[in-house]
Design a protein around this ligand. Structure first.
Ligand SMILES: Cc1ncc(COP(=O)(O)O)c(C=O)c1O
Length: 366
Protein backbone atom coordinates (compact mmCIF):
# COMPACT_ATOMS: atom_id res chain seq x y z
CA UNK A 1 0.00 0.00 0.00
CA UNK A 2 1.33 3.40 -0.99
CA UNK A 3 1.92 5.80 1.90
CA UNK A 4 0.35 9.12 0.84
CA UNK A 5 2.14 11.00 3.65
CA UNK A 6 5.57 10.54 2.01
CA UNK A 7 6.22 12.80 -1.00
CA UNK A 8 7.36 10.29 -3.60
CA UNK A 9 7.64 9.36 -7.22
CA UNK A 10 4.87 7.03 -8.46
CA UNK A 11 5.27 3.81 -10.42
CA UNK A 12 2.26 4.88 -12.53
CA UNK A 13 4.41 7.73 -13.90
CA UNK A 14 7.18 5.37 -15.12
CA UNK A 15 8.70 6.36 -18.44
CA UNK A 16 10.15 3.40 -20.34
CA UNK A 17 12.81 3.61 -23.07
CA UNK A 18 13.73 0.14 -24.28
CA UNK A 19 17.20 -0.78 -25.48
CA UNK A 20 17.55 -1.33 -29.22
CA UNK A 21 20.78 -3.30 -28.74
CA UNK A 22 20.17 -6.13 -26.24
CA UNK A 23 23.34 -7.88 -25.07
CA UNK A 24 24.27 -11.56 -25.21
CA UNK A 25 23.29 -13.24 -21.97
CA UNK A 26 26.47 -14.89 -20.64
CA UNK A 27 26.49 -17.17 -17.63
CA UNK A 28 27.96 -15.50 -14.56
CA UNK A 29 31.60 -16.32 -13.85
CA UNK A 30 32.53 -13.77 -11.19
CA UNK A 31 29.96 -12.07 -8.97
CA UNK A 32 28.62 -8.71 -10.13
CA UNK A 33 29.87 -8.18 -13.69
CA UNK A 34 27.10 -9.43 -15.93
CA UNK A 35 24.66 -6.51 -16.14
CA UNK A 36 21.30 -6.63 -17.89
CA UNK A 37 20.00 -4.38 -20.68
CA UNK A 38 18.12 -1.81 -18.58
CA UNK A 39 18.33 0.28 -15.42
CA UNK A 40 15.93 2.37 -13.39
CA UNK A 41 16.76 5.95 -12.42
CA UNK A 42 14.83 8.51 -10.37
CA UNK A 43 16.13 12.05 -9.83
CA UNK A 44 15.34 14.15 -6.79
CA UNK A 45 15.98 17.77 -5.90
CA UNK A 46 14.99 19.77 -2.85
CA UNK A 47 13.41 22.43 -5.06
CA UNK A 48 11.41 20.15 -7.38
CA UNK A 49 11.03 16.93 -5.39
CA UNK A 50 10.99 13.55 -7.11
CA UNK A 51 10.93 13.37 -10.90
CA UNK A 52 9.14 10.63 -12.85
CA UNK A 53 10.97 7.28 -12.62
CA UNK A 54 12.70 6.19 -15.82
CA UNK A 55 13.62 2.75 -17.12
CA UNK A 56 16.24 3.15 -19.82
CA UNK A 57 19.09 1.22 -21.50
CA UNK A 58 21.89 0.31 -19.06
CA UNK A 59 24.68 2.87 -19.31
CA UNK A 60 27.13 5.14 -17.53
CA UNK A 61 26.05 7.91 -15.19
CA UNK A 62 27.15 11.48 -15.69
CA UNK A 63 28.15 13.03 -12.36
CA UNK A 64 29.52 16.44 -11.44
CA UNK A 65 33.13 16.06 -10.19
CA UNK A 66 32.21 17.71 -6.86
CA UNK A 67 29.31 15.27 -6.35
CA UNK A 68 28.87 14.65 -2.60
CA UNK A 69 28.67 10.86 -2.92
CA UNK A 70 32.15 10.82 -4.48
CA UNK A 71 33.74 13.07 -1.85
CA UNK A 72 31.92 12.32 1.38
CA UNK A 73 30.38 8.91 0.81
CA UNK A 74 26.78 10.16 0.92
CA UNK A 75 25.75 6.90 -0.62
CA UNK A 76 23.92 3.68 0.18
CA UNK A 77 22.71 0.52 -1.48
CA UNK A 78 20.62 -2.63 -1.12
CA UNK A 79 20.96 -6.19 -2.35
CA UNK A 80 18.16 -8.62 -3.15
CA UNK A 81 17.49 -11.28 -5.75
CA UNK A 82 14.88 -12.46 -8.24
CA UNK A 83 14.51 -16.23 -8.62
CA UNK A 84 12.92 -18.22 -11.44
CA UNK A 85 10.82 -21.01 -9.98
CA UNK A 86 10.28 -24.48 -11.42
CA UNK A 87 6.89 -23.07 -12.52
CA UNK A 88 8.76 -20.33 -14.48
CA UNK A 89 7.31 -17.66 -12.17
CA UNK A 90 9.78 -14.98 -11.02
CA UNK A 91 9.81 -14.25 -7.30
CA UNK A 92 11.53 -11.79 -4.98
CA UNK A 93 12.18 -12.80 -1.36
CA UNK A 94 10.73 -10.46 1.29
CA UNK A 95 11.61 -7.33 -0.72
CA UNK A 96 9.74 -5.00 1.65
CA UNK A 97 12.41 -5.76 4.26
CA UNK A 98 15.01 -4.39 1.83
CA UNK A 99 12.81 -1.37 1.09
CA UNK A 100 12.46 -0.65 4.78
CA UNK A 101 16.21 -1.11 5.48
CA UNK A 102 16.95 1.20 2.54
CA UNK A 103 14.58 3.86 3.88
CA UNK A 104 16.23 3.67 7.31
CA UNK A 105 19.67 3.98 5.73
CA UNK A 106 18.52 6.94 3.58
CA UNK A 107 17.34 8.74 6.70
CA UNK A 108 20.71 8.18 8.41
CA UNK A 109 22.50 9.41 5.24
CA UNK A 110 20.35 12.60 5.09
CA UNK A 111 18.90 11.47 1.75
CA UNK A 112 15.20 12.03 0.97
CA UNK A 113 12.37 9.66 1.82
CA UNK A 114 10.43 7.77 -0.84
CA UNK A 115 7.38 5.54 -0.84
CA UNK A 116 8.69 1.98 -0.39
CA UNK A 117 5.79 0.28 -2.23
CA UNK A 118 6.07 2.63 -5.20
CA UNK A 119 9.80 1.94 -5.41
CA UNK A 120 9.24 -1.80 -5.20
CA UNK A 121 6.70 -1.61 -8.02
CA UNK A 122 9.26 0.24 -10.19
CA UNK A 123 11.80 -2.51 -9.41
CA UNK A 124 9.22 -5.17 -10.29
CA UNK A 125 8.68 -3.49 -13.69
CA UNK A 126 12.45 -3.36 -14.30
CA UNK A 127 12.86 -7.08 -13.50
CA UNK A 128 9.84 -7.87 -15.69
CA UNK A 129 11.44 -6.01 -18.61
CA UNK A 130 14.76 -7.86 -18.15
CA UNK A 131 13.10 -11.15 -17.17
CA UNK A 132 14.98 -13.19 -19.79
CA UNK A 133 18.14 -12.53 -17.78
CA UNK A 134 16.88 -14.52 -14.79
CA UNK A 135 18.66 -17.91 -15.05
CA UNK A 136 16.67 -21.11 -15.57
CA UNK A 137 18.49 -22.85 -12.74
CA UNK A 138 18.22 -23.11 -9.01
CA UNK A 139 21.82 -22.15 -8.41
CA UNK A 140 21.48 -18.90 -10.36
CA UNK A 141 19.41 -15.77 -9.84
CA UNK A 142 19.19 -12.12 -10.80
CA UNK A 143 20.86 -9.81 -8.30
CA UNK A 144 19.08 -6.49 -7.81
CA UNK A 145 21.18 -3.55 -6.66
CA UNK A 146 19.19 -0.44 -5.64
CA UNK A 147 21.59 2.46 -5.06
CA UNK A 148 21.07 5.97 -3.70
CA UNK A 149 23.59 8.79 -4.18
CA UNK A 150 23.87 12.35 -2.98
CA UNK A 151 24.55 14.31 -6.19
CA UNK A 152 25.01 17.73 -4.61
CA UNK A 153 27.30 19.71 -6.94
CA UNK A 154 29.29 21.37 -4.19
CA UNK A 155 32.24 20.63 -1.93
CA UNK A 156 30.34 21.89 1.11
CA UNK A 157 29.50 19.11 3.58
CA UNK A 158 25.76 19.43 3.89
CA UNK A 159 22.49 17.63 3.42
CA UNK A 160 22.27 17.01 -0.35
CA UNK A 161 19.78 19.13 -2.27
CA UNK A 162 20.16 16.77 -5.24
CA UNK A 163 20.07 12.98 -5.23
CA UNK A 164 19.86 10.04 -7.61
CA UNK A 165 18.12 6.76 -6.85
CA UNK A 166 18.86 3.99 -9.32
CA UNK A 167 18.68 0.23 -9.74
CA UNK A 168 20.89 -2.07 -11.77
CA UNK A 169 20.53 -5.83 -12.23
CA UNK A 170 23.07 -8.56 -12.84
CA UNK A 171 22.92 -12.25 -13.44
CA UNK A 172 24.61 -14.22 -10.68
CA UNK A 173 25.65 -17.77 -9.95
CA UNK A 174 27.12 -19.05 -6.73
CA UNK A 175 28.75 -16.31 -4.58
CA UNK A 176 31.83 -18.16 -3.39
CA UNK A 177 33.87 -19.79 -6.12
CA UNK A 178 36.50 -21.50 -3.99
CA UNK A 179 34.79 -24.87 -4.28
CA UNK A 180 35.44 -25.39 -0.54
CA UNK A 181 32.60 -26.87 1.50
CA UNK A 182 33.07 -24.41 4.34
CA UNK A 183 34.63 -21.00 4.92
CA UNK A 184 37.72 -20.07 6.88
CA UNK A 185 37.67 -16.87 8.94
CA UNK A 186 40.42 -14.70 10.33
CA UNK A 187 39.56 -13.06 13.68
CA UNK A 188 41.78 -10.23 14.88
CA UNK A 189 40.42 -7.49 17.16
CA UNK A 190 42.77 -4.90 15.66
CA UNK A 191 40.15 -4.12 12.98
CA UNK A 192 36.57 -3.08 13.73
CA UNK A 193 33.78 -3.18 11.16
CA UNK A 194 31.27 -1.13 13.14
CA UNK A 195 30.92 0.65 16.46
CA UNK A 196 28.12 1.88 18.70
CA UNK A 197 26.64 5.10 17.34
CA UNK A 198 28.21 4.46 13.92
CA UNK A 199 26.64 3.19 10.70
CA UNK A 200 27.29 -0.56 10.81
CA UNK A 201 23.58 -1.32 11.00
CA UNK A 202 22.97 0.65 7.78
CA UNK A 203 23.91 -0.42 4.28
CA UNK A 204 26.25 2.43 3.39
CA UNK A 205 29.06 1.94 0.89
CA UNK A 206 31.65 3.33 3.29
CA UNK A 207 31.17 0.37 5.64
CA UNK A 208 32.36 -1.92 2.87
CA UNK A 209 35.15 0.18 1.40
CA UNK A 210 36.83 0.49 4.78
CA UNK A 211 36.66 -3.26 5.43
CA UNK A 212 38.66 -4.19 2.31
CA UNK A 213 42.10 -3.81 3.87
CA UNK A 214 41.28 -6.33 6.60
CA UNK A 215 39.78 -8.68 4.01
CA UNK A 216 43.13 -8.81 2.19
CA UNK A 217 44.97 -9.35 5.46
CA UNK A 218 42.65 -12.29 6.12
CA UNK A 219 43.74 -13.72 2.78
CA UNK A 220 47.40 -13.22 3.74
CA UNK A 221 46.62 -15.45 6.74
CA UNK A 222 45.18 -18.10 4.42
CA UNK A 223 41.54 -17.28 5.28
CA UNK A 224 38.65 -16.35 3.02
CA UNK A 225 36.83 -13.80 5.17
CA UNK A 226 37.18 -11.69 8.31
CA UNK A 227 35.39 -12.62 11.51
CA UNK A 228 34.61 -9.16 12.84
CA UNK A 229 35.11 -8.82 16.59
CA UNK A 230 34.05 -5.98 18.85
CA UNK A 231 35.09 -4.69 22.25
CA UNK A 232 37.50 -5.78 24.96
CA UNK A 233 35.77 -9.12 25.31
CA UNK A 234 36.11 -9.90 21.58
CA UNK A 235 32.41 -10.20 20.84
CA UNK A 236 31.61 -12.09 17.67
CA UNK A 237 29.61 -9.76 15.38
CA UNK A 238 29.61 -10.66 11.67
CA UNK A 239 31.50 -12.86 9.22
CA UNK A 240 32.69 -10.88 6.18
CA UNK A 241 29.45 -9.44 4.81
CA UNK A 242 27.27 -12.03 6.50
CA UNK A 243 25.44 -12.31 9.79
CA UNK A 244 26.70 -15.15 11.94
CA UNK A 245 24.95 -17.99 13.79
CA UNK A 246 26.27 -20.42 16.39
CA UNK A 247 24.47 -23.75 16.85
CA UNK A 248 25.66 -25.27 20.10
CA UNK A 249 24.93 -26.70 23.46
CA UNK A 250 25.08 -23.56 25.57
CA UNK A 251 26.56 -23.04 29.05
CA UNK A 252 23.32 -24.31 30.61
CA UNK A 253 23.36 -27.53 28.59
CA UNK A 254 20.57 -26.41 26.24
CA UNK A 255 20.62 -26.80 22.47
CA UNK A 256 20.61 -23.26 21.11
CA UNK A 257 20.86 -21.37 17.84
CA UNK A 258 22.29 -17.97 18.68
CA UNK A 259 23.14 -14.82 16.75
CA UNK A 260 24.27 -11.42 18.05
CA UNK A 261 21.49 -8.90 18.81
CA UNK A 262 20.70 -5.86 16.65
CA UNK A 263 22.39 -3.37 18.97
CA UNK A 264 23.59 -0.94 16.29
CA UNK A 265 26.72 -2.74 15.08
CA UNK A 266 24.99 -5.59 13.25
CA UNK A 267 23.44 -5.25 9.80
CA UNK A 268 19.80 -6.37 10.16
CA UNK A 269 19.96 -9.08 7.49
CA UNK A 270 16.84 -10.29 5.72
CA UNK A 271 18.26 -13.82 5.80
CA UNK A 272 19.09 -13.45 9.52
CA UNK A 273 15.52 -12.41 10.32
CA UNK A 274 14.13 -15.24 8.18
CA UNK A 275 16.32 -17.86 9.91
CA UNK A 276 15.23 -16.61 13.34
CA UNK A 277 11.55 -16.70 12.35
CA UNK A 278 11.81 -20.09 10.65
CA UNK A 279 13.66 -21.86 13.46
CA UNK A 280 11.47 -20.26 16.16
CA UNK A 281 8.46 -21.65 14.29
CA UNK A 282 9.99 -25.15 14.34
CA UNK A 283 10.19 -24.86 18.12
CA UNK A 284 12.80 -27.64 18.32
CA UNK A 285 15.54 -25.79 20.22
CA UNK A 286 16.21 -22.45 21.86
CA UNK A 287 16.66 -19.59 19.36
CA UNK A 288 18.23 -16.45 20.79
CA UNK A 289 19.70 -13.07 19.94
CA UNK A 290 22.52 -12.76 22.46
CA UNK A 291 26.11 -11.64 22.82
CA UNK A 292 28.69 -14.29 22.00
CA UNK A 293 32.39 -13.87 22.73
CA UNK A 294 35.47 -15.63 21.38
CA UNK A 295 36.22 -17.03 24.83
CA UNK A 296 32.75 -18.61 25.01
CA UNK A 297 33.25 -20.08 21.54
CA UNK A 298 36.75 -21.37 22.37
CA UNK A 299 35.52 -23.09 25.56
CA UNK A 300 32.58 -24.60 23.72
CA UNK A 301 34.88 -25.88 20.97
CA UNK A 302 37.20 -27.46 23.59
CA UNK A 303 34.26 -29.08 25.36
CA UNK A 304 32.83 -30.33 22.04
CA UNK A 305 29.61 -28.34 22.55
CA UNK A 306 29.64 -26.68 19.10
CA UNK A 307 27.41 -28.27 16.46
CA UNK A 308 28.09 -25.72 13.75
CA UNK A 309 28.75 -22.08 12.88
CA UNK A 310 27.43 -20.47 9.72
CA UNK A 311 27.10 -17.12 7.99
CA UNK A 312 23.90 -15.90 6.35
CA UNK A 313 23.16 -13.41 3.62
CA UNK A 314 21.39 -12.85 0.32
CA UNK A 315 24.53 -13.39 -1.73
CA UNK A 316 25.51 -16.79 -0.31
CA UNK A 317 22.30 -17.75 1.60
CA UNK A 318 23.91 -20.00 4.26
CA UNK A 319 27.60 -20.64 4.44
CA UNK A 320 29.06 -23.11 6.97
CA UNK A 321 32.27 -22.00 8.69
CA UNK A 322 34.96 -24.64 9.08
CA UNK A 323 37.98 -22.81 10.52
CA UNK A 324 38.69 -19.69 12.56
CA UNK A 325 42.22 -18.35 12.92
CA UNK A 326 42.38 -16.52 16.26
CA UNK A 327 45.33 -15.51 18.43
CA UNK A 328 47.71 -17.72 16.48
CA UNK A 329 45.50 -20.81 16.69
CA UNK A 330 43.61 -22.43 13.84
CA UNK A 331 40.34 -23.46 15.47
CA UNK A 332 38.52 -26.27 13.75
CA UNK A 333 34.74 -25.83 13.81
CA UNK A 334 32.87 -29.09 13.43
CA UNK A 335 30.17 -29.51 10.78
CA UNK A 336 27.81 -32.40 11.36
CA UNK A 337 27.34 -34.85 8.52
CA UNK A 338 25.65 -33.17 5.58
CA UNK A 339 22.14 -34.55 5.97
CA UNK A 340 21.55 -33.67 9.59
CA UNK A 341 23.41 -30.38 9.41
CA UNK A 342 21.18 -27.52 10.51
CA UNK A 343 22.70 -25.16 7.94
CA UNK A 344 21.68 -27.49 5.08
CA UNK A 345 18.19 -27.89 6.46
CA UNK A 346 17.64 -24.13 6.76
CA UNK A 347 19.16 -23.54 3.31
CA UNK A 348 16.81 -26.11 1.79
CA UNK A 349 13.70 -24.61 3.40
CA UNK A 350 14.61 -21.09 2.30
CA UNK A 351 15.56 -22.22 -1.21
CA UNK A 352 12.27 -24.08 -1.57
CA UNK A 353 10.42 -20.86 -0.68
CA UNK A 354 12.50 -18.69 -3.02
CA UNK A 355 11.99 -21.02 -5.98
CA UNK A 356 8.29 -21.47 -5.25
CA UNK A 357 8.41 -25.16 -4.25
CA UNK A 358 6.91 -24.24 -0.88
CA UNK A 359 4.07 -21.71 -0.93
CA UNK A 360 4.87 -18.75 1.32
CA UNK A 361 3.81 -15.17 1.89
CA UNK A 362 7.55 -14.36 2.02
CA UNK A 363 7.65 -14.29 -1.77
CA UNK A 364 6.61 -11.39 -3.97
CA UNK A 365 5.61 -12.27 -7.53
CA UNK A 366 7.13 -10.33 -10.44
C1 LIG B 1 27.54 -6.54 6.67
C2 LIG B 1 26.44 -7.44 6.23
N1 LIG B 1 25.91 -8.29 7.11
C3 LIG B 1 24.91 -9.12 6.79
C4 LIG B 1 24.39 -9.15 5.51
C5 LIG B 1 23.27 -10.08 5.19
O1 LIG B 1 22.07 -9.37 4.94
P1 LIG B 1 20.94 -9.97 4.01
O2 LIG B 1 20.55 -11.27 4.61
O3 LIG B 1 19.87 -8.96 4.02
O4 LIG B 1 21.56 -10.13 2.66
C6 LIG B 1 24.93 -8.30 4.54
C7 LIG B 1 24.42 -8.31 3.19
O5 LIG B 1 23.62 -7.50 2.85
C8 LIG B 1 25.96 -7.42 4.90
O6 LIG B 1 26.49 -6.58 4.01
Amino acid sequence: MADASVPSFKAADLVIELSSTPKNKQDEVTFGNNFTDHMLTVDWSASEGWQAPLIKPFGNLSLHPACSSLHYGIQLFEGLKAFRGDDNQLRLFRPMLNMSRMSNTAKRACLPAFDQSEFLECIRRLVEIDQDWVPHSDSGSLYIRPTFLGTEQSLGIKKPAHALLYVILCRVGSYFNSGAESLSLWADPKYTRAWKGGTGNYKMGGNYGCSLFAQYEAEDHGCQQVLWLYGEDHQITEAGTMNIFLHWINEDGEEELATPPLDGIILPGVTRQSILELTRKWGEFKVTERYLTMSQLCSALKQLRVKGVFGSGTACLICPIGHIVYQGENLHVPCQDKKSQLASRIAKELTDIKYGRTASDWTFLV
